[in-house]
Design a protein. Structure first.
Length: 393
């Protein structure tokens, strides 16, 4: 059956926006794979790495609530996107010039702030496109392209670090950073008709408050338990589990797993609904014990399964949250992200401290929190959310 013109426009935008994020993820995920090892190389300990990783996420998530509200109030979604992408991209290659771990920490946190500025805006326009092509499909396609870039970036960095050290690894990322900003112009043009519009038939921002509260609590538990890869990389380097180039390759494998998982999980979400999220969370809960307690193939398997959590975070949970939102989507996504970011920061700080003291306790902390998140996504009508995610198609 032929798609309507609106569906074609929406799908074209999702794909072009996905290409932007492919190069964006190639840039910052390329750096992220070795960020923890780099901080350790510059003299930071596990607690410091946890605070930096969690603090960066917290700063990024805090700014999302402000950025989303401004975008909805002014309607100037693409200005926020341009500012966010510019900061997000340019902080990364600047790491090549960092000579101390506080300097590197500032750039890593700046990169997260830039991502935070543009993230709720992009989530809002993708959610709008999802009304015509399916929420799980829109976020799944975008996340799959994200993860292709996120797979390529660490591989490029692994090669560059092996040949010329950290400075070469970070410096080479200026190329995909500039490509991101160049292609963003095409995405902004393609997305002119796919921006959220006020729906006068809706009395409030949120369509289903009880559901959104459950999703926020579940998302917070997941965020607190989902160990940042910076800590995994720090552990791999400190405890001589693998070399720095191998750490970057393992991160690339995790991103590849996320790239494969995102579209499959997104389509399953549109068809089946919330049980898919419970299954995905159970898989990600296995990542921590394998990565922190295992060696060789087991540790590599843990790093790979960690990638499923990225698909959960950036595809499934965003698609689910969008079903509870009526209007001012950037504002609502920003508020959800605020709870997610605070929990991520708290969990990262605790995880960093535990990494210095007791790896087994860290594993229990992470695994149990992620498993405890599952019931908060299980309530309500089994098919309701999948149906709402595809309405308007």
């Amino acid at each position: 059956m032929e798609r309507s013109p609106t569906s074609k426009i929406a799908l074209r935008f999702v794909i072009v926006m996905g290409v932007v994020n492919l190069f964006a993820d190639m840039t910052y995920e390329g750096a992220r794979g070795v960020a923890g090892a780099f901080l350790g190389h510059l003299g930071a300990n596990g607690a410091a790495v946890g605070v930096i990783a969690g603090g960066g996420e917290l700063a990024g998530y805090l700014i999302r609530s402000v950025s989303g509200a401004i975008a909805d109030r002014t309607g100037r979604y693409w200005i926020n996107a341009w500012v966010g992408y510019a900061i997000n991209m340019l902080c990364v290659p600047a790491l090549a010039l960092a000579g101390s771990w506080p300097a590197a920490a500032g750039l890593l946190i700046g990169e997260r702030v830039g991502r935070g500025i543009r993230k709720p805006v992009i989530a809002a326009v993708l959610s709008e496109a999802g009304r015509h092509v399916g929420g799980g499909r829109a976020f799944g396609i975008n996340e799959a392209l994200d993860q292709i870039g996120a797979t390529a970036g660490p591989l490029i960095v692994a090669f560059a670090v092996a040949r010329g050290g950290y400075a070469s690894g970070f410096g080479i990322l200026i190329v995909p950073a500039l490509a991101t900003l160049a292609i963003l112009g095409f995405a902004a043009s393609a997305g002119r008709t796919v921006v959220p519009r006020a729906d006068e038939g809706e009395a409030s921002i949120v369509r289903d408050w009880p559901a959104l509260r459950r999703y926020a609590i579940g998302g917070a538990l997941f965020a607190a338990g989902y160990v940042d890869f910076a800590l995994i990389a720090f552990h791999f380097q400190r405890d001589h589990v693998m070399s720095v180039p191998a750490i970057s390759v393992s991160f690339a494998v995790a991103m590849a797993v996320g790239a494969l998982a995102a579209p499959m999980l997104g389509r399953l979400f549109d068809r089946v609904g919330k049980p898919v999220i419970g299954l995905a969370l159970a898989i990600t809960a296995l990542a921590t014990p394998l990565a922190f307690l295992g060696h060789g193939g087991l540790a590599e398997s843990g790093a790979a399964l960690w990638g499923v959590g990225i698909a959960v975070q950036d595809a499934l949970l965003l698609a689910l949250v969008s079903t509870a939102i009526a209007r001012k989507k950037a504002t609502a996504f920003g508020l959800y992200d605020l709870a997610f970011g605070v929990a991520w920061f708290a969990g990262s700080v605790v995880s960093g401290v535990l990494l210095d003291r007791s790896i087994l306790t860290l594993v229990l902390f992470s695994t149990l929190l992620q498993l405890c998140a599952i019931p908060f996504f299980a309530g309500g009508n089994k098919g309701n959310h999948a149906r709402m995610a595809t309405e308007g198609r």
